[in-house]
Design a protein around this ligand. Structure first.
Ligand code: HEC
Length: 148
């Protein structure tokens, strides 16, 4: 005991510390969040707004304003907002184009409206934003994907 166990203890503490500094992982972003019995309906729901410059600008103002999305998802959309750092699983990284390819707008809308159970993503319609505002924010969130 003594030295070795203390050494192991310090090692374990460092591992825990680095885990909390680095933050938690995202839960697999390619898997649907909408329950299977509602998935087809969610996918079929269309965004009433085209992703025009005007809609994206409205979405940005809401994302960084009364929607409070940036607190968790970060101003740059990477899921690294100040409040998000404490969450496990961590907030969605909207710069991940693979995620966007996997999701229809209606599925994103479903999560904004119902939350993602068991995570920090709680229902934000009508608590923070209206349905109409959510669609503009979705157009903005899509714009974080810059490439393929
Ligand atoms: C308190 C922190 C927090 C706030 C505020 C927040 N989110 Fe989230 N959000 C999360 C977390 C955590 C996840 C990951 C949930 C998961 O992995 O299932 C997430 C996931 C999402 C997803 C991905 C859903 C999917 O299909 O995988 C969308 C879209 C989303 N958030 C939109 C928003 C919008 C829009 C706002 C603002 C109106 C917002 N979030 C505000 C924490 C937050």
């Amino acid at each position: 005991m003594g030295y070795l166990s203390r050494l192991l203890g310090v090692g374990a503490a460092l591992v825990l510390l680095s885990a909390s500094v680095v933050g938690a992982e995202e839960r697999d972003p390619t898997k649907p969040r909408v329950p299977p019995d509602q998935l087809a309906d969610a996918k079929a729901k269309k965004n009433p707004f085209e992703p025009t410059a005007d809609s994206i600008a409205k979405g940005k103002a809401l994302y960084e304003g009364k929607g409070t999305c940036f607190n968790c998802h970060g101003k740059t959309g990477k899921g690294d907002g100040p409040a998000g750092a404490m969450l496990n699983p961590s907030p969605r990284d909207f710069t991940n184009c693979k995620f966007h390819k996997k999701r229809k707008d209606g599925e994103l809308f479903w999560v904004i409206k119902n939350g993602s159970p068991g995570t920090g993503m709680v229902s934000l319609i009508p608590a923070a934003i209206t349905e109409e505002e959510a669609w503009h924010i979705i157009n903005y969130e899509r714009s974080f994907c810059k490439g393929e």
